[in-house]
Design a protein around this ligand. Sequence first.
Ligand code: TRP
Length: 432
Amino acid sequence: MTVRLLTGVTPSGTLHLGNYVGCIRPAILKSQAPDTESFYFLSDYHALIKCADPARIERSRLQIAATWLACGLDPQRVHFYRQSDLPETLELCWMINCVTSKGLMNRAHAYKAKVEANVNVGEDPDNDVSMGLFCYPILMAADILIFSANFVPVGRDQIQHIEMCRDIAIRFNQMYGAGKDILTLPEALIDEEVAVLPGLDGRKMSKSYDNVIPLFEGGEKALKNAIYKIVTDSKVPGEPKDPDSTSLTAIYEAFANHEDKQSFRDQLKSGLGWGEAKEIVFDKVNAEIGPMRTKYEEYMGEPDVVEKILQEGVERIRPMAKALVQEAKHAVGLRTFRVQAQEQKKSKKTKTVSPVLKQYRDTDGLFYFKLIDSDGKLLLTSGKLASGKEVGKLLGQFKTQGIQALGSVFCQIEEGVTEKQIEAVRLALISD
Ligand code: TRP
């Protein structure tokens, strides 16, 4: 069975080596596995939550798309698209918004952290909290649910969001599925093998710590400069060094094979100078990144090529998204009136009234009959008759001989009704 893998990258800045090692490289590897259908997208609507600088968003979208392509993402194999090119996500997002309790969102880590930070500095708890930030996990759930993804490769910080996505899907299915799981429950895929790359100062490489090594931006020179800025102790060449005293080793190891890893450690222990060590690290990283950088620059120089790839990516999968939204809309009751019209027509047909020849006794104690056509319209009313038996006899005659048989009895024919019409109704009556 084919499994569906889905993940999003928020284009709110440029990518660094930690993103490459921790996310891009493993995701591309996973997309090459047999029996997997991968959905990788730029979560550019999510970017609006973090970034209110349109020029930066515009630049970042292109940079990140170009990065993934340059790093080997095969757009024929992977569904590669932009979130904002798929409006169906927002349609589903609203429907699941309506089944998500506010309390669930109150518990989201990112929101809680923001509130806590506000409170700590004596600000209003809601300061700088947009509804976008508050509802961030719901949009993320829509991204995942719209393609019925089975696995979502994410970092540990995103596990809670996947759990929330499951909670939301369960609730929607319970409320509207009528026994069917309209929405598929995803699982977080945490790759224990994948290294969390430390930055220049030894803490996790992150833009928020300003300790990053750029992936492509600034070219080879920027990569070299950053690597040379990695913090080490002040031991001089010849002095034995602790390989784990610097992030240099972990960064090297993210690019090296087993033998090289061992030899790098051994060399440091036997006195390799930090300067030389940095050169070795740069060469190793650049050997992998360099050829990709050339491709990256090509894509950056041809935005229309990237645009075409993303458009083709989204067009291929839009029918799937449309089908799911259709199913969800139907489930919640947002149905086309055509179905109702058809049902009404059907029930009308089965209910079509036949003409009636009705006999009755009125409040005066006397007997009467009347003729009503199939539209319920009264055609004629008889005069007074002394008994039910007399009515019966007369009706029998009317049925076999027509209006003339009523001859002597006074009949009131409704205005505008012709004998021809009465005859047609009589024929319908006897054919019933
Ligand atoms: N929240 C993710 C991030 O900040 C990006 C993202 C958006 C995502 N939608 C997603 C990840 C769906 C996985 C699945 O990086």
